[in-house]
Write a protein that binds this ligand. Structure first.
Ligand SMILES: [Zn+2]
Length: 202
């Protein structure tokens, strides 16, 4: 059986459909389970690239500035993402530190780097060197990038600690919140279209 390149498979129930052209703002849904099959392209490659570069800057801010600050009776302490991973590594749970480091620093960092790389070349109408490997790596990295989980954890910690200590969110936390939204916007189905856009050039 040969599959037409225009066929799409429902991720939730494996039904097969032929892709239909969508106008801006439209979505196609699976008639069997109601899952969204495709969304109309809202962002072009240039916009995706601009968002990726913004994400790269926010990533630097999120790592360079403290995400949380605590003060108690004149003493104050601040922690960056890296310091929190380091603190975990010094205890007995260094395996958790490794996983945390991967989920909140390494995976998102690599994701942003790869996005800038493939989108930078796509912007000038070319497939980046190692295009296929980069695109596959992006798919594999997605479940490992857990910025939203990290963000939720920090927010819960702030709310819980607020009763006992003077807790204040740092500049890193604002960057982290914006970065989380950006990564969801760019790395989802938006990037997969590059397979079609650059067909025959990789
Ligand atoms: Zn379905």
């Amino acid at each position: 059986m040969t599959l037409s390149p225009n066929w799409i498979i429902c991720e939730h129930c494996d039904s097969l459909y032929e892709s239909v052209p969508l106008a801006k703002g439209q979505t196609s849904q699976c008639s069997r389970c109601g899952a969204v099959l495709e969304r109309a392209r809202n962002l072009n490659v240039q916009q995706l690239l601009a968002l990726s570069i913004t994400a790269a800057l926010l990533f630097v801010f999120a790592n360079a500035f403290p995400v949380i600050g605590i003060s108690l009776e004149g003493l104050s302490n601040e922690a960056t993402l890296w310091q929190s991973v380091e603190a975990l590594a010094q205890g007995r749970i260094s395996l958790i530190a490794a996983v945390t480091g991967l989920a909140i620093i390494l995976a998102p960092g690599l994701q942003i780097l790869l996005l800038c790389w493939v989108l930078g070349f796509a912007n000038i109408g070319r497939a980046a060197p190692g295009f296929k490997a980069c695109m596959r790596a992006l798919e594999h990295l997605r479940p490992w990038s857990m910025l939203e989980v990290c963000l939720l954890g920090i927010l819960v910690a702030i709310v819980k600690l607020a009763g006992m200590l003077d807790v204040h969110p740092g500049l890193g936390l604002w960057s982290l919140s914006m970065l989380t939204v950006l990564i969801i916007l760019i790395s989802g189905k938006g990037i997969r279209r590059l397979w079609d856009d650059l067909e025959g050039r990789y």
